[in-house]
Structures are given as structure tokens and as C-alpha cells.
Ligand binder design. Structure first.
Ligand SMILES: Cc1ncc(COP(=O)(O)O)c(C=O)c1O
Length: 372
């Protein structure tokens, strides 16, 4: 593992580059705003830890009122459990027997839940839990428009019945619509989630018709949680990216009445080469993910042009804009926070702002690389 880019107490100028930097004041405001929204709207909040992969961030969310966190992979759950996070939901399907043995063992140490969308998955999960003598909560995932995992709404009852028949705890439905999150206009997101709600209601009816109670519908991301909250159907929100707010989310037109989230995750970079038409910073796409587009330059009228693995080219957006000088710091707002975090070993955590703050903590990215 790399050494951290700074030490506690260092001024911001001393943070080596490129570095993943958290503006702690902004992050705390984001955590508090989402927690307040959930509380005021009677929703449980189970933020997605796939965004941050960090026990320190999870702890802040739990202290603010989250009931637990979601993860996507058993190894992510293991990494956070090892750091004391004790209520975890693997909001994803696992069908591999060896992985399910790991899941069943973990269920003996923390409160655990998992999503299923196949009879084979349920059978293997039940077998693994029997072998370990452990238990967990099971959510049946319904495809509510993403076209990824999840059963058709009419099949939810049969799968819930199978869960119960194995003596497992049926906890409700997972109804997450990923593709709705980055529809740019609130009206588009509203329409996508109305459709998702109709499908989730049909799934709930299918479960009820099978004679099984459906205690909870869980889902929602940073782009749509207002719509799920207003649906009268969902009881739990899984938003993740709100904690950092990447460039791609900032490009969404804001939903009326949604709390405003601030950018709290940055890549600190330095100008390493300067020409007259452009300058080059030392943070290419090994320092920030570009799957959702290129980063925004914080506080400058400049455009980031992909310069490759280790370089970022900055050009003036308008003729009068000033290029930063050789050696100057440039703060990048990553295009997509989750995969950017996964590129780094540490967060350098700054209190007092990016202009003149100090390093208050260095947090490991505990579940970095946990993709299994
Ligand atoms: C199942 C599930 N829930 C919640 C989220 C969180 O979404 P976001 O980070 O967009 O808030 C994701 C993100 O991919 C997800 O896959």
C-alpha cells in the first residue's frame, strides 16, 4: 500500500499530488442533510457504502441516524465488518457456493441481509446458512426498469415463497432503478420512478397473493430518492453518492424540494507542465475514473481534456480565462465518485476548506479493490 499523501496537521498546500481529498465540512453537511431528509419523511436510511468503501464514512452516516449500510459484494461486507460496521445489506445477488459460505459465516458475526433473484441462489444460500447454523434477512430483487438483475414483478411471490419455505427471513423487496439516477431532468426521473413504483406494487401484490407479508420496499439513489420517498411504497433509501457529489450528479437538474448536496470529494493535482495554449496536471485517469465523463476543474473556467493515464490537459473555456501557473494546485471534481475512490488507498481528510484548511485525518479506503 502507498504511503498517505499527507500527515495529520499538515496544511492543504503540503498534500502531495495526486491525492484523494475529502472536504470534511462539506461531507458532514451532506451526511446531515440526507439524514434530516430521511427523518422528516419517515424513511429509513441505509446509505450505499459502494460509494465510499470506508468504515469512517459509514460511522458518520450511522451516527447521523442511518440504520446500517448497503454494500455490493461479500468482500466489501467483510472489509467493513472487520472495521466494526455491524449492520450490512449486500444489495446484490450471489450464487457462488464458496462466496455464500463466506456470507453465511459473516451472518454469524454481524446483522446481515442479501438480495436474491433466482431459485438456485435461494437454494444455495439456504444450504450455506444451514451448514453454518446462521440466519440473515433476504430481499427479493425486482427489475423495476433498469434491465439488470431482478425478477419480473409477477415472479416475486413465488421466490418469496421459496425463501420462506427454506426457513429464511423474507425481509421485503429490493426495487432499485439505477438507470433513472442520471436522467438529467426531474420530470424524466419522476416518470421513471412512477413506472418503477407501479412495478414494485405489482411485485408486492404477488408476494401478498402468495400469503406472505412484505415488511419493506428498499431502493433509491441520489438522483431519485425524493420520488421514492413520495411514493408511499418505499420505506428505505439506499442513496450513496450524495455523500461526495461527483460531477455527473452535479450535471443533473436539481429536483425541487431535494436537499442540496455539495462536492466533498476532490483529486488534488499540480500543474507539471505549462504551455501557452494549455497546461498539464499530474492526475490522469489512474487518479480519477472517467467512465461517466471527465472531471470538472474547481474554481476555474477551464476544461479538462483526457491526457492519458498520468496526465490531464487543461484548456481555457473562454478566451479571457487564465491558465494556472507551473507548480500551482488544481482541484478536480471527479466525474464518478465510486470508481475514483477505488483507485486510491487513502482519503486525505481536510477541515477548514480547500483554500486554507488542514489535514484532520487520513482514512484508509477499507474496501478498496473488494470486487468479489
Ligand atoms: C442497489 C443500489 N442501491 C443504491 C445505489 C446508490 O446509488 P447512488 O450512488 O447513485 O446514490 C446503487 C448504486 O449503484 C445501487 O446499485
Amino acid at each position: 500500500m502507498n504511503l498517505p499523501a499527507a500527515r495529520i496537521g499538515d496544511p492543504v498546500e503540503a498534500i502531495d499530488t495526486p491525492a484523494l481529498v475529502v472536504d470534511l465540512d462539506a461531507l458532514e453537511r451532506n451526511v446531515a442533510r440526507m439524514a434530516a431528509y430521511a427523518r422528516e419523511h419517515g424513511m429509513k436510511l441505509r446509505p450505499h457504502a459502494k460509494t465510499h468503501k470506508s468504515a469512517a464514512v459509514a460511522r458518520l452516516q450511522l451516527e447521523a441516524g442511518a440504520v446500517g449500510v448497503c454494500v455490493q459484494k461479500p468482500s466489501e461486507a467483510e472489509a467493513l465488518a472487520a472495521q466494526g460496521v455491524s449492520d450490512l445489506y449486500i444489495s446484490n445477488e450471489v450464487v457462488d457456493a464458496a462466496k455464500l459460505a463466506q456470507v453465511a459465516a459473516l451472518a454469524g458475526r454481524v446483522r446481515l441481509a442479501i438480495a436474491v433473484d433466482s431459485a438456485l441462489g435461494v437454494d444455495r444460500l439456504a444450504q450455506a446458512l444451514r451448514a453454518q447454523g446462521t440466519m440473515l434477512d433476504v430481499f427479493v430483487e425486482v427489475d423495476v426498469g433498469h434491465g439488470r438483475c431482478g425478477v419480473a414483478p409477477t415472479a416475486a411471490g413465488a421466490l418469496a415463497h421459496q425463501v420462506v419455505s427454506h426457513g429464511l427471513r423474507f425481509a421485503g423487496l429490493q426495487a432499485y432503478h439505477g438507470r433513472a439516477q442520471h436522467l438529467r431532468l426531474p420530470a424524466e426521473r419522476d416518470s421513471a420512478i412512477r413506472h418503477a413504483v407501479a412495478l414494485a406494487r405489482a411485485a408486492q401484490a404477488s408476494v401478498t397473493a402468495a400469503g406472505i407479508a412484505c415488511p419493506l420496499v428498499t431502493g433509491a439513489g441520489t438522483g431519485t430518492f425524493v420520488h421514492e420517498s413520495m411514493s408511499g411504497l418505499y420505506g428505505e433509501l439506499q442513496s450513496g453518492s450524495y455523500v461526495f457529489m461527483d460531477r455527473d450528479y452535479a450535471d443533473n437538474q436539481a429536483t425541487p424540494h431535494a436537499p442540496a448536496f455539495e462536492h466533498a470529494l476532490f483529486v488534488k493535482s499540480q500543474v507539471m507542465s505549462a504551455g501557452t495554449s494549455h497546461v498539464v496536471v499530474d492526475a490522469g485517469h489512474k487518479a480519477h475514473a472517467i467512465d461517466s465523463g471527465l472531471p470538472r476543474i474547481w474554481g476555474h473556467e477551464l476544461d479538462f481534456v483526457n491526457g492519458g493515464d498520468e496526465h490531464g490537459i487543461l484548456r481555457r473555456r473562454a478566451a479571457g480565462a487564465t491558465l494556472p501557473a507551473l507548480g500551482e494546485t488544481v482541484w478536480l471534481v471527479p466525474g464518478h465518485c465510486d470508481p475514483t475512490v477505488n483507485l486510491h488507498d487513502h482519503y486525505v481528510v481536510v477541515r477548514g476548506g480547500l483554500a486554507s484548511g488542514r489535514v484532520e485525518a487520513v482514512w484508509p479506503v477499507d474496501a478498496r479493490g473488494c470486487m468479489r
